[in-house]
Structures are given as C-alpha cells and as structure tokens.
Design a protein around this ligand. Structure first.
Ligand SMILES: O=C(O)CCC(=O)C(=O)O
Ligand SMILES: [Fe+2]
Length: 287
C-alpha cells in the first residue's frame, strides 16, 4: 500500500488543519479548549475518515502479535506492592486487575497511516493550541511514543492516573459491549490527593464519574494527571477494543524511564539505557 498523506486520513473539509486561519479551525480549537478547561477531556468528533479508520485498524490487526500483554494488580498509581505505612482500606493499598496490552512503537514504520497521523506537524500544532502550550514534539521514546492499547475479551484497564500530563487517543475499533472510557474529572489536584474520594470510586461509587461517548474515528485529548480514569472490562465473546495512542512532549527528545518501560512493554532498548546513563551523569558527580 502507498504511504498516505494527511488528507487521506483526516477529514480536512470539516477540520482544515492546513488552514489555521480559517473560521472552522478556530471553532474546533475553541471547543476543544473549552472542554479541556472544564473537564480535562476534549473529543474531536470523526476527525479520522471512516476509510482511514479501517486502515488504522488493519494496521493494528497486522501488528497484534507484537502486543505486550501483562496482567498485574495495580493501585491507581501503577504500584503493585502493599505499603504498610498506609491503612489497609486506602487507594495506595487497593489493587485492581489491569490486563490490557500495548503494541510498541517499534512495530510501526513510516509507511503506516497510524505513523503518518502521529507524526503530522499539523496535528502537533493543533494539539498544542488545544492544550495551550507553545509547541509539542512527538514523544521520542521508541516504544511509548506511538502505541496501541489493546483490550481483548475479558480484559480491563483499571482505575489509574497517568504520569504524563495528557494523552491523545483515536478509537479505532469499539468493543461490542464494555470497553468504555470512564473518568472522574479533576478528582485530585497538586494540593489535594483526595484519597477518600478516590477510595469511594475504587469501591464502586458513581458520584462524579463520567462515561465518555467515544466513537471510532474520534480523537480524544485527555489530561490524566488529575483525573482518575479506566477502560471498563470487555466481556467474553465481544470484539476486542483497539485504540491508537499518541504521546507528545513539550520538550524535544524525551525518553521514558527503565522501570515503567519494562512494566508496559516487557523490555527496554539501547536508547532507554543510554538515556538513563545520561541522566545519572547529569548529577555532576565525578566519574
Ligand atoms: O485506551 C484508552 O482509551 C486509554 C488507556 C489509558 O488510560 C492509558 O493508556 O493510560
Ligand atoms: Fe491512562
């Protein structure tokens, strides 16, 4: 297949990403900003053309054998070990199954529509404007920059906070049932861990919890540092849920840490080790 261009993937009539001065660009931008400011979550409806959604899904299916599935019981902070300095009934000591998997960044190549969309400078410019930051760069991590989150039947991604400030997702295949993105906007803040509220949600409270109405081809921008969120279980017998996940950073050339990389992808690459060595050296101690 030939390498697509942005116009093959994005509905540029509805979303003229190539014409930032146009009225419809500005309208989409203002709407996304409003949603991000009020709920930390914006949905750009049907950004991806239906035929391109098919192609993105075919690319995921082709690479599905490279998915790193791992089942772990995690607390909302991605830890798996009890911390005796907190009570038994506390978010730090409440563990739930996370059983989904990620297709790693090095499974894609530059001819993929998924890769073209992720690396489009016009997309990065639009996202930076939505998020009100000066500029964005593709996350340079060779595994975590471009991924796909896979939920096969009987899998779920339990309640958690993200370590990155925001994530960008395109839903590529819906489950027949379940596989829904749920979130509690701004449940915690820099000044307030909100452990009691979080514990209520972990124990099933629906107060403040929203279920996102996300459809194939929609692009979601989500601030996951302060909003507890999950993807509900995909039941047995359902189609799997496939989502393409794009990571961007404000600084250029950022690479992830060894521990989290191993947790999510089951391996690290020389680039991760090199970045870690540089970090160690940056402490200015003598060799
Ligand atoms: O698949 C999704 O929609 C989001 C998954 C998620 O929350 C994450 O990867 O941190
Ligand atoms: Fe997340």
């Amino acid at each position: 297949m030939t390498t697509p261009i942005l116009a093959d993937i994005v509905d540029l009539e509805r979303y003229p990403l190539h014409r930032p001065e146009s009225a419809s660009y500005s309208a989409s931008l203002q709407e996304a900003r409003r949603e991000l400011r009020s709920a930390g979550c914006a949905v750009v409806r049907s950004l991806v053309r239906p035929e391109a959604v098919e192609r993105l899904n075919a690319e995921i299916v082709e690479r599905k054998h490279t998915t790193h599935f791992s089942t772990q019981h995690i607390n909302p902070y991605f830890h798996t070990e009890v911390d005796p300095s907190y009570p038994h009934r506390h978010p730090v000591n409440t563990f739930t199954e996370r059983s989904s998997g990620f297709i790693p960044g090095d499974a894609w190549d530059s001819t993929c529509a998924t890769d073209v969309l992720f690396r489009s400078p016009k997309i990065a410019t639009f996202l930076a404007a939505c998020l009100e930051v000066p500029e964005l760069h593709c996350y340079a991590d060779p595994l975590a920059g471009l991924t796909s989150n896979i939920l096969d039947p009987d899998q779920q991604f339990s309640w958690h906070f993200d370590t990155n400030d925001f994530a960008v997702t395109v839903l590529v295949q819906e489950a027949d049932e379940g596989g829904l993105f749920e979130y509690h906007p701004g449940i915690r803040s820099v000044n307030d861990e909100a452990f009691a509220l979080i514990q209520d949600v972990l124990e099933g409270s629906r107060t403040g919890v929203k279920t996102l109405d996300l459809r194939c081809g929609d692009l979601q921008i989500f601030r996951g540092r302060h909003s507890l969120h999950r993807v509900t279980r995909v039941p047995m017998g359902s189609r799997p849920r496939h989502a393409a996940i794009f990571a961007y950073t404000e600084d250029d050339g950022v690479i992830g840490r060894l521990t989290r990389t191993r947790q999510l992808f089951g391996r690290v690459l020389p680039a991760h080790e090199e970045a870690e060595r540089r970090r160690v050296r940056s402490d200015e101690l003598l060799d």
